[in-house]
Design a protein around this ligand. Structure first.
Ligand code: UD1
Length: 416
């Protein structure tokens, strides 16, 4: 197992290129299952979750190749079983449910099970697919779904679930008739998935709003599609620039999609400007703590909560972070406290007393974004920080230590 070692204190200066979005690429890869003909995806990040998905797609009957950010996929004779060994390492595997049911009327997918950031059930996915005519049973830890042909339905989600909206959006493309998804999630990754499906011949309207209408078509064809840039990776490097009082230019960087994050960072005192060749992030003075509440898009993303908490720990004043999307998503807080941060937890709320001098320590990451927040704190801390178990980071950040050392951080990877 690898760890990242950081000697804190260096000011980051220079350019960081943002990779393609993991959370957009994953559903798009699963959607490619349904296409007849070759799909070429550009700007795909080289991450562990992407490799896991390609393995799963191979097991399900697709041929694929990955070369220099481009993935080529051709669906062949599909099978229907997503085994536990792969699903347990990546919850997003549940996204093969909708495409398999739509394409071959059968899916057997291991239940993702418990996850470090809460229970994360898939009941909303299943209930909505049932409304379209699928039947489910649970057998030995597997969800087994069957249907003859999915039929369009009027679905109102209890909660704007990202994965649930994606599963239903994909399934509805090949269903007979019209499907309306109400209270659906509005995340930019859903818009990217819809645009990919449209490029394959799907008929979708309203993506990016809470009501999506899909008119089923008889087949989807292949296409070439460029995946959007990763807004969470970009937000993480904005915080990296800010926490080291640095001056960085993020290229290939989303901007509108990061509005709520940029607004909070500006409120803290960070200079952020969209320039011709990228987004510039600069800090000269001390920053101030703010209050942050995570919400579905366009609210502040839960996937940036851990990172902004690290920044607040190194800022002046006091602030509050309230997590409303996931239970149990404060594990980074306990590790940040070990680095000297002033944090008090009460249920889903963290009170942060800024102004602490962070000091390096061996810390352990429990999930992807928690790991990122510990790296960020390590960049600022006095002395040496060792972030252990970085396989979480490798699931979602492409070459993080290379990108950071490229702008002046003293960071390297070691075998534990
Ligand atoms: C996706 C993202 C993840 C992000 C999250 C919220 C991917 C691969 N992952 O996860 O990075 O943190 O959106 O922005 O894109 N819920 C239910 N029943 C369901 C489905 C969800 O109760 O059937 C609950 C979950 O437990 C959670 C909340 O709804 O509390 C949000 O989950 P959801 O929006 O579905 O997140 P994911 O799609 O899993």
């Amino acid at each position: 197992m690898d760890k990242l070692v950081i000697n804190g204190g260096a000011r980051l200066e220079g350019e960081i290129r943002i990779s393609g979005s993991k959370n957009a690429a994953l559903p798009i890869l699963f959607a490619a299952l349904m296409a007849e003909g070759d799909v070429t995806l550009e700007n795909v990040p080289g991450l562990r979750d992407i490799h896991t998905t390609l393995k799963l797609l191979t097991l399900l009957g697709c041929e694929s190749g990955f070369k220099e950010k481009n993935v080529e996929i051709r669906a062949g004779q599909l099978t229907f079983q997503a085994p536990y060994d792969l699903v347990r390492t990546m919850r997003a595997s549940v996204l093969c449910l909708g495409p398999l049911l739509a394409k071959i009327g059968k899916a057997k997918v291991a239940l993702p099970g418990g996850c470090a950031i809460g229970s994360r059930p898939v009941d909303l996915h299943l209930r909505a697919l049932e409304q379209m005519g699928a039947k489910f049973e649970l057998d030995s830890g597997y969800i087994i779904g069957n249907c003859s042909k999915l039929v369009g339905a009027h679905i109102i989600f209890d909660f704007p679930t990202v994965g649930g909206t994606e599963n239903l959006l994909m399934a509805a493309c090949l269903a007979s008739g019209t499907t309306v998804l109400e209270n659906s999630a509005r995340e930019p990754e859903i818009v990217d998935l819809a645009n990919f499906l449209i490029a394959c011949g799907a008929k979708i309207k309203g993506h990016g709003t809470s009501v999506i209408t899909i008119e089923g078509v008889s087949k989807l064809s292949g296409c070439t599609y460029r995946v959007m840039s990763d807004r969470i990776e970009a937000g993480t490097y904005m915080v990296a620039g800010a926490i080291t009082k640095g001056d960085v230019l993020l290229t290939n960087c989303p901007f509108e999609e990061l509005e709520s994050v940029i607004a909070k960072l500006r409120e803290m005192g960070v200079f952020i400007e969209r320039q011709k060749n990228g987004v510039r992030v600069k800090v000269d003075n001390e920053l101030n703590c703010v209050d942050v509440v995570t919400l579905p898009y366009p609210g502040f993303p839960t996937d940036m909560q851990a990172q902004i908490m690290a920044l607040m720990c190194a800022s002046q004043g006091s602030g509050m972070v309230k997590e409303t999307i996931f239970e149990n998503r404060f594990m980074h807080a306990l590790e940040l406290i070990r680095m000297g941060a002033g944090i008090k937890l009460s249920g889903q709320t963290a009170m942060i007393r800024g102004g602490a001098q962070l000091t390096g320590a061996p810390v352990m990451a429990s999930d992807l974004r928690a790991s990122a927040s510990l790296v960020l704190a390590g960049l600022r801390a006095r002395g040496k920080t060792e972030v252990q178990r970085i396989y979480h980071l490798d699931r979602g950040y492409e070459s993080m230590e290379k990108k950071l050392s490229g702008v002046g951080a003293d960071i390297w990877r070691e075998k534990e």
